[in-house]
Ligand binder design. Structure first.
Ligand SMILES: NC(=O)c1ccc[n+]([C@@H]2O[C@H](COP(=O)([O-])OP(=O)(O)OC[C@H]3O[C@@H](n4cnc5c(N)ncnc54)[C@H](O)[C@@H]3O)[C@@H](O)[C@H]2O)c1
Length: 335
């Protein structure tokens, strides 16, 4: 029996709803604190009533809620954020609060509470626009192209400056763009978005088709978080790790090619003059050599799964529940 109780802040989202399952299966106690920003409660409803699972509806910017949620907790995973360039651009003040101010306050509040590990989920988007084709590693220059990445970098810097004084082990994971099936599917992320468009018989217009980015399955992201929780503290305290795999560095054109294998009559057009300047390939050597983490899932296998699921009508309600399936609009907090 695992004696650790993990607080997942933002656990009802795309990654969190997969992480919960993995942690419960490994015998962890799990408490989720989430304000259900996208009316996304369905993503955790299957866990209600499971032993060792608790849900707190609330905002981690509220001090009383935060203190209550930390009671009896041994480890904290921070997933809650304004996630993605479009939603951050739409709500800049909320983004500064949720991505920087609340996390800094959380970091201070965790001190002296017997917390063992703190995992912060940052993003490979921090590398932004690379000057050449070389792989970015954890010491490479950061070149953010959005408010989203800027705020992630701001809290990373705070963690790194405070790590030596922390009585818990803080770890920064720079995660690749996620794909794969989750209880809260996000169809606003490249692999799933392109696959759904094509598998639904729509025309797909792809901008900047030869730009590179790394991708990682939500199951592997969850595995990486577990790997950090289970690693010797000296290997993760104050450390930054890229999370993903070299084989899942893809251009958009490579993603389309993988989809078209399953849907040969797809109608795809390309346009080089896009508005997303990001272009980065990433090295995942450190997480492999220091923590022994390797990803199990490829972009190709997830595309095959998703095409099958869409063709079998598993995601027939995406347009009807748009906000559940993507980060478009922040709903009011009802607490
Ligand atoms: N999805 C990706 O491609 C990706 C890639 C790299 C890094 N990440 C990071 O991983 C984390 C999780 O991403 P995701 O895709 O699961 O996001 P998501 O948007 O699906 O989930 C975020 C969750 O946080 C909750 N939340 C937001 N603000 C909150 C607040 N103030 N109090 C309580 N709950 C709050 C939301 O309700 C939501 O359930 C984020 O920090 C993100 O930056 C994600």
């Amino acid at each position: 029996m695992n004696q650790r109780n993990v607080l997942i802040i933002g656990g009802a989202g795309y990654i969190g709803s997969v992480l919960i399952e993995q942690l419960l299966n490994e015998g962890y106690g799990v408490r989720v604190l989430d304000r259900l920003m996208y009316e996304n409660g369905d993503s955790i409803s299957a866990y209600i009533g499971r032993p060792s699972f608790e849900f707190v509806y609330g905002d981690f910017g509220n001090q009383e809620t935060l203190e209550r949620s930390l009671n009896g907790i041994t480890d904290v995973v921070l997933l809650a954020a304004m996630v993605g360039d479009p939603i951050c651009k739409k709500y800049p003040e909320l983004t500064q609060a949720v991505n920087v101010d609340y996390p800094k306050n959380l970091f201070k509040t965790m001190k002296g509470k017997g917390i063992s590990n703190f995992v912060f989920t940052s993003t490979c988007s921090n590398y932004g626009l690379r000057k050449d084709d070389s792989l970015a590693n954890e010491t490479s220059e950061l070149n953010p192209q959005s408010l989203y990445a800027e705020t992630k970098i701001e809290f990373e810097k705070f963690i790194l400056s405070e790590a030596a004084n922390a009585d818990f082990a803080p770890t920064i994971l720079r995660i690749s763009t996620a794909f794969g099936i989750s209880r809260r599917m996000r169809f606003d992320l490249t692999v799933s978005e392109f696959t759904r468009e094509v598998a639904s018989g729509k025309d797909l217009l792809v901008y900047d088709q030869d730009t590179w980015r790394p991708y990682c399955n939500v199951a592997d992201i969850s595995k990486a978080i577990r790997t950090v929780l289970e690693a010797p503290k000296e290997k993760v305290h104050g450390e930054v790790f890229n999370v993903g795999s070299d084989e899942n560095n893809f251009t958009k054109r490579m993603i389309v090619d993988a989809i078209v294998k399953h849907i040969p009559d797809a109608n795809v057009a390309y346009n080089e003059g896009g508005v997303d300047p990001r272009n980065y390939r990433v090295s995942f050597d450190k997480v492999k050599t220091q923590l022994g983490f390797v990803a199990d899932h490829s972009v190709e296998s997830a595309i095959e799964e998703l095409v099958g699921a869409i063709q079998n009508q598993l995601f027939a309600d995406v347009e009807g529940r748009k906000n559940f399936h993507g980060n478009y609009q922040v709903s009011d907090f009802k607490g």
